[in-house]
Design a protein around this ligand. Structure first.
Ligand SMILES: [Zn+2]
Length: 284
């Protein structure tokens, strides 16, 4: 797809689902990978071309593992090229050691990493005045996740499958997914054409732990690609259907606030505090 067509799809998504408003301060969660870089540059182009006048800030969590410095350098370069400010949160500096936490809780490190990232991705930008957080989730991600959940008879997530996930909880930032209707290959082509550097997912030193999952996901990616080539428009139609379906599954989670840190949670004490063994007097 040409770059114009790609951006048009994203701009249409932003406008139709009102992902941005004048005066927004949008933090883009940057992992160093192609998808989050694509969101950053697509939002920047939207801001320049459609002039809705909002602020874009890059946000990166340095995981403090081998390779993290290299990843941070690439994220810094991405933000420099985009001309946006970057906020980096360094786990090590804040006394959070992923390996140690995983060992202590006897949990796989990828799961621990996910909990910690989700928590900080909401808390830190909100404290810095963010109105929304933008992520690199794209159409292929959504479809594969959707199919897996349907096959597993797990319907509780369907209510969240939409380009804009708003929340009733004032402490939970609205998440926007401008790449909802584009795929991973188009993202890669877009950032490559712009000459933006990015890292491969396999750079994570714990990649071996999730290689099986990664291979399975890739198989599903191939399947939906094949369906798309057999029946052009398949992806877009199914994605539209998923959005419609999500309205029938409005998530009813009664969001509470963690008794220790005060952050949004579904349980008495949030997953972050449980994992890190945080107490009321801790710093973070
Ligand atoms: Zn907590």
């Amino acid at each position: 797809m040409d770059q114009g067509g790609y951006l048009n799809k994203i701009f249409r998504t932003i406008e139709k689902y009102r992902l941005v408003e004048k005066g927004d301060k949008i933090f883009v969660a940057l992992s160093g990978g192609k998808d989050s870089a694509a969101v950053l540059f697509a939002l920047k182009k939207f801001n320049e071309e459609r002039d809705p006048d909002f602020e874009i800030v890059g946000f990166h969590i340095n995981l403090g593992t081998i390779g993290s410095e290299k990843i941070q350098e690439i994220v810094e370069k991405q933000c420099e090229l985009a001309g946006v400010k970057l906020v980096v949160f360094e786990l090590k500096k804040e006394g959070i050691d992923l390996g140690e936490i995983a060992k202590k809780n006897r949990r796989p490190i990828c799961g621990v990493c996910g909990v910690i990232k989700r928590y900080l991705m909401n808390k830190i930008p909100r404290e810095l005045g963010a109105t929304k957080i933008a992520t690199g989730h794209h159409g292929d991600d959504i479809l594969v996740f959707f199919i897996k959940n349907i096959l597993g008879m797990n319907y509780s997530w369907i209510g969240k499958f939409r380009p804009k996930a708003e929340s009733d909880n004032p402490k939970l930032l609205t998440k926007i997914r401008p790449l909802f209707f584009v795929g991973r290959k188009e993202n890669e082509e877009f950032v490559k054409n712009l000459g933006v550097p990015y890292v491969q997912e396999s750079l994570c030193i714990y990649f071996k732990e999730k290689i099986k999952l990664y291979e399975k996901t890739n198989k599903w990616y191939d399947i939906i690609d094949r369906l798309e080539s057999e029946a052009p428009g398949f992806k877009e139609r199914l994605l539209n259907s998923v959005i419609k379906m999500s309205t029938y599954f409005e998530s009813e989670d009664q969001l509470k606030f963690c008794k220790i840190c005060g952050e949004p949670t579904n349980t008495e004490i949030c997953a972050f505090c449980r994992l890190t063994g945080k107490t009321k007097n801790s710093k973070l």
